[in-house]
Design a protein around this ligand. Structure first.
Ligand SMILES: C[S@@+](CC[C@H](N)C(=O)[O-])C[C@H]1O[C@@H](n2cnc3c(N)ncnc32)[C@H](O)[C@@H]1O
Length: 213
């Protein structure tokens, strides 16, 4: 956790430029659906620079966004000010959420579970703070479902983690979500990026809505 607290200054500095083309093309519709579907009291984990903030609508009554990396958090603060509605920010990893049990209607996670240090612990925490009727709304890049792709993801992961501020391209995130006690109401496998390096290593994505089972 120490590295996240210390932060990744350079990664935070280039993040919005690095993701600008994806945001303009496929991420817009995905955020409209995943973030725009958030209702009630909402917790966003790993908010990064706040790319999701413009997509919350009036169905979200209260928004609390957490992010452990102080450089990301600085940028998220600026985005929150531009959002035109209150978004409370807290510096915190998803593995240790300082909120009461069953206190949120929705938890949003976009491109975060690849990076958290302990995804199983993060998902147990998310499940703890979600109401039994609550929703976990996710968009994540995940492990290939065939051995060839997964093998190359395992090979590239040590280097990818270094360049990608802790990102693991080889996580079977849907399984980790289920093992933490969630049931998917919707789950879609997507391949929105072309099969060329480097994107080919993080090509399968999942978009889903899960409920505590
Ligand atoms: C690829 S960025 C995604 C940011 C944002 N959610 C988005 O959709 O653009 C991954 C984010 O996860 C954050 N992160 C890293 N470790 C984390 C942890 N343990 N808990 C929560 N977030 C974490 C990083 O600091 C980074 O901001």
């Amino acid at each position: 956790m120490d590295q996240e607290r210390k932060g990744h200054r350079w990664f935070a500095a280039i993040y919005d430029r690095m993701t600008a083309s994806a945001e303009r093309s496929y991420m817009k519709a995905i955020r409209e659906e995943i973030v725009g579907g958030a209702r009630g009291r909402v917790l966003e984990v790993g908010a990064g620079t706040g790319a999701s903030f413009p997509y919350y609508n009036d169905h979200a009554d209260e928004i609390i966004a957490t992010e452990p990396d102080r450089y990301m958090l600085d940028r998220a603060r600026r985005r929150a000010e531009e959002a035109g509605r209150p978004i409370e920010l807290r510096q915190s990893p998803a593995e240790d959420l300082a909120f009461d049990d069953a206190s949120f209607d929705t938890v949003v996670s976009t491109l975060v579970l690849c990076t958290v240090e302990d995804p199983a612990q993060a998902l147990w925490e998310i499940r703890r703070v979600l109401k039994p009727s609550g929703e976990l709304r996710i968009y994540e890049h995940v492990r290939y479902d065939h051995a060839f792709g997964a093998f190359w993801q395992d090979v590239i992961t040590p280097a990818w983690r270094w360049f990608g501020a802790g990102c693991h391209p080889n996580r079977d995130t849907a399984s980790i979500i289920r093992e933490a006690g969630f049931e998917f109401q919707q789950l879609e496998l997507m391949k929105p990026v072309p099969p060329i390096p480097p994107m080919v290593f993080s090509r399968p994505h999942i978009k889903g809505v899960a409920r505590p089972s």
